[in-house]
Ligand binder design. Structure first.
Ligand code: SF4
Length: 350
């Protein structure tokens, strides 16, 4: 077992000298740190910064977020992707207001019981906002620790996860656990990078097993990846006589809660006709597809047959509305919907 006292001190000294000045590092507000950590999951720092700033300006507290309609939250998330994160953050804020008087709880078990807060996010909030010795393991931390400890079982394996969390817990025990955790993430993001790691400038070079053994490029061993599952969908670009677009709020796990063109599983004109009926829309269905769109999500590869519905009529309700194209930016619109609209517009233009 590695004695972490010297690596800890070196990591902290390196972080104090090299940490980037990021907006969420200028606060100890648990809510703001929570928002930043959720946004940073699967998303690059540079992308997150403007979203974080706008989100905090519009929803400055858990109370403000809990009070806001979901559509407003999704609109502020629009373009950041992985919308489930926004819905869970909104749900989490409501639970914080309902059960904890609007303040994120200091007690780790209470934090982990909140919607959308797993071990990583709970640890990030606990260590950074409350300075509690709670570990975190994300992709960057996992890369650093597998290399330092020469862990060559695949990421995602139970044994690997156990070893990583136990090492991260040992590291977090000591002064400034929040800074220490951020130092580990920062090192993984900027020095111990996946390819061409900069071991020459690394504060852990003298204790790093992979560096000593010449195995840096072999680690970490990636988890076996499943190819995304193909899913066939049909979409309707339905426009009323005055050219407004009919939008439906989707259900299910793919885009749950987001507004977009009516969408369902299926292929071809028959499926498009059924989709119009089930969406409560009638009109003139295009004879042929306007286009086909492909879109790859983490676990799904979507192919979408796009049909048009002209002179579309229906009755607006909470999950169906009619908007001018210029009003689309007021809603959380998924990238897939933008692709569908672009495919239809290309067909109209030709
Ligand atoms: S010495 Fe190299 S491989 Fe080891 S932690 Fe530092 S950058 Fe990563």
């Amino acid at each position: 077992m590695l004695d972490w006292s010297s690596p800890r001190a070196k990591l902290l000294a390196w972080y104090d000298a090299h940490a980037r000045d990021l907006p969420w590092r200028r606060t100890r507000d648990p809510y703001a740190i929570w928002v930043s950590e959720v946004m940073l999951q699967q998303t690059r720092v540079e992308t997150v910064i403007p979203y974080y700033t706008r989100f905090l300006a519009r929803f400055p507290s858990a109370l403000a977020l809990a009070d806001a309609p979901l559509d407003d939250v999704l609109a502020h998330w629009s373009g950041l992707g992985y919308y489930r994160r926004a819905r869970l953050l909104h749900e989490g804020a409501r639970a914080v207001v309902r059960d904890h008087g609007g303040q994120l709880p200091r007690e780790p078990a209470q934090r982990r019981a909140l919607p959308g807060i797993g071990a990583y996010t709970a640890g990030a909030i606990g260590s950074i906002a409350f300075d509690l010795p709670e570990p975190i393991v994300d992709g960057n931390v996992a890369r650093v620790l597998t290399r330092v400890l020469d862990i060559d079982s695949p990421l995602g394996d139970r044994a690997t996860e156990r070893a990583l969390w136990s090492a991260a817990a040992a590291l977090a025990e000591g002064e400034r656990p929040g800074a220490l955790n951020q130092a580990l993430m920062e090192l993984g993001a900027r020095v111990c990078v996946p390819v061409n790691a900069r071991c020459g400038g690394c504060p852990l070079a003298d204790v790093c097993a992979a560096n000593k053994l010449g195995r840096v490029d072999e680690l970490p061993v990636a988890a076996a990846k499943k190819p995304p599952k193909p899913v066939q969908l049909v979409a309707l670009v339905a426009r009323s006589r005055d050219g407004k677009l009919w939008l439906a709020r989707s259900e299910g796990s793919l885009f749950g809660g987001l507004w977009g063109c009516p969408l369902s599983q299926g292929a071809g004109r028959k499926a498009a006709s059924l989709l119009g009926e089930s969406s409560g829309l009638s009109g003139r269905l295009s004879r042929a597809m306007l286009g086909s769109v492909t879109h790859v999500l983490t676990h799904r590869a979507l192919t979408v047959d796009v049909f048009g519905l002209q002179n579309a009529e229906g009755a607006e309700h909470e999950n169906l509305k009619r908007l001018a194209d210029s009003e689309l930016s007021t809603l959380g619109i998924a990238t897939l919907t933008r692709k569908i609209l672009a495919a239809a517009a290309r067909r109209v233009a030709t």
